[in-house]
Unconditional design. Structure first.
Length: 45
């Protein structure tokens, strides 16, 4: 019987490091530390 090796990659969005970054960004926004700016248009290449 052949064995199959499966590598499961976790989506980097859900990594602990990114979740810490997102939580800090949310806390900063809730504390009024955000800046309002115009949308930045990006042209498709």
């Amino acid at each position: 019987m052949a064995t199959t090796s499966i590598t499961i990659r976790m989506d980097p969005f859900y990594s602990e490091e990114n979740q810490r970054h997102l939580n800090k960004a949310i806390a900063d926004l809730e504390a009024g530390k955000g800046q309002i700016h115009e949308l930045i248009e990006v042209e498709d290449e």
